[in-house]
Ligand binder design. Sequence first.
Ligand code: 4NP
Length: 153
Amino acid sequence: MPGPAVLFVCLGNICRSPLAEAAFREAAKKAGLDVTADSAGTGDWHVGTPPDRRAQAEALRHGIDISSYRARQVTPEDFRRFTHVLALDAKNLADLRRVAPADASAEVSLLLDLVPGMAGQSVADPYFGDEAGFAETWREVSLGAEALVRKLG
Ligand code: 4NP
């Protein structure tokens, strides 16, 4: 039986979902949990580009290099390849439900639903804000990533 395969999804796949992927890889590694992880966007504007430089800088502050990540758009096949598809915000979740094929096998949910006291909350989009927004994004995706590792471990 292959291990869990988790796809994190935001709008552009250059800010929030790459940070969620990085935080989850790190948390899984620390826990000795063997996982597959990736991220994608519901939109296609940034396909093929590396994460936003502010997201790269935030990851580096936590010792993680995400410069090799490349944005891609979510596909119907993702709902069969991954065991879990986690939306960063409520709009992403609604959009994912529209893309999901009838034979989807993945569990589709909101990342922060896993965090006690944060159910139903969205990870705010930091793209149009300042650097401080990326620190808050990191804090929130880390809480989600750690909760996910506890759930899967
Ligand atoms: P993300 O942030 O969804 O966290 O990657 C965004 C990145 C780009 C845009 C919006 C959100 N955009 O409009 O280009």
